[in-house]
Design a protein around this ligand. Structure first.
Ligand code: SAM
Ligand code: SF4
Ligand code: SF4
Length: 325
């Protein structure tokens, strides 16, 4: 049986304006002096053409870039909604360009989930982590939440942050509950060692105890395709240097790419630990589920709101203990 990906992740723009310490995208863009350009009309139309007869569950236009740099993004979302009305359109942004006009255009286009990648525990922490202006991003996050309330917008807003050294769970709890009060959904996840990118540096960066260092099966090679702005298909969003050559949608059809020899090796490798250990990138990839305290538990811990001051004091002490894990 021929497989087809259920999730389409693509790159509406070629670069990112930010330069997060835990993501190589901004750093590589600068090192390689990459120019910024939107996905070409040809690649976008090919994506639509090759997926329109298939059942797509999610579309994420945020592959390794800053999607709001793409002027055509709201029109692209409308097109996805036209051809795949039941697919969830979910996008993640660093919120630097999230002004009122952009927000309302995204709502009007039918975006289902807006993820705001934001590390604003405090100014210093945020700016060290993402190298974007704290006041600007905080203002845009607050504005988006105000507009959601004012216009009774259904679109979900999720503030997404990473647990790194330098902030305690108690600080994350204050950050998360204040944003929840403004109408945001919160997600706090541990740092991934994305396809082994950090090597030994990972030990210095991460906060939290790992359950295991062994490779772990991943669903992405089965269900999630990653298409770059020029039509190149990469293994996943973590193949920053395009190590695994898979194909280009301008030359081959997605269905053929998804069932070619390289993809078969990556798909079958997920079911066999011996094969998985031999797969470039996957064999060194540490995702959030590998931590003793994973994303779901972290999020639950930091979103708990306690009104009673004495109970709150005890909860903060409890978070101090959990912070050791
Ligand atoms: C690569 S970004 C692209 C979209 C946009 N620039 C942004 O930051 O939201 C997509 C997602 O990757 C996540 N990410 C980046 N580096 C990560 C890491 N080391 N561990 C876990 N998630 C990471 C970000 O939080 C973001 O939600
Ligand atoms: S996580 Fe997003 S904002 Fe940060 S450098 Fe990577 S692509 Fe840019
Ligand atoms: S395990 Fe492999 S396919 Fe999955 S995210 Fe890591 S590098 Fe990508």
């Amino acid at each position: 049986m021929m497989l087809f990906p259920k999730i389409i992740e693509y790159q509406p723009y070629s670069i990112c304006n930010a330069n997060c310490t835990y993501c190589p995208v901004g750093h590589l863009n600068r090192e390689q002096k990459l120019k910024g350009n939107s996905i070409s009309q040809e690649v976008f139309e090919t994506l639509i053409e090759q997926t329109k007869s298939q059942k797509i569950e999610r579309v994420s236009p945020h592959l390794n870039c800053e999607p709001l740099l793409c002027k055509e993004l709201p029109d692209q979302i409308k097109t996805w909604k036209k051809y795949h009305p039941n697919a969830i359109i979910d996008l993640s942004t660093n919120a630097v360009f999230l002004n009122e006009k952009m927000f309302l255009n995204l709502v009007d286009a039918g975006l289902d989930i807006l993820e705001l990648h934001y590390m604003g525990v405090n100014k210093d922490y945020h700016e060290k982590a993402m190298k974007t202006n704290y006041e600007k991003v905080k203002g845009n996050v607050d504005l988006a939440l105000e507009l959601k309330k004012k216009y009774n917008v259904k679109m979900d807003i999720v503030v997404f942050s990473h647990r790194l050294k330098g902030a305690s769970l108690s600080q994350w709890n204050d950050f998360a509950t204040s944003l929840q009060d403004k109408g945001a959904r919160i997600s706090l996840g541990p740092l991934w060692n994305r396809a082994g990118w950090y090597g030994k540096e990972f030990e210095k960066k991460r906060k939290g105890i790992l359950k295991s260092n062994k490779p772990y099966p991943c669903p992405k090679p089965w269900n999630q395709i990653a298409v770059e702005h020029d039509g190149e298909v990469v293994l996943c969003s973590l193949d920053y240097k395009k190590v695994v050559k898979i194909g280009n949608i301008l030359k081959n059809n997605i269905i053929d790419i998804w069932n070619n020899e390289v993809m078969k090796r990556y798909q079958e490798g997920q079911n066999d630990i011996k094969k998985l250990k031999k797969l470039d990138l996957c064999n060194e990839c540490i995702r959030g589920g590998r931590y003793l305290i994973n994303e779901a538990t972290l999020t639950k811990l930091v979103t708990k709101k306690i009104e009673n001051p004495i109970a709150k004091l005890f909860y903060k002490k409890y978070l101090q203990v959990i912070d050791l894990f």
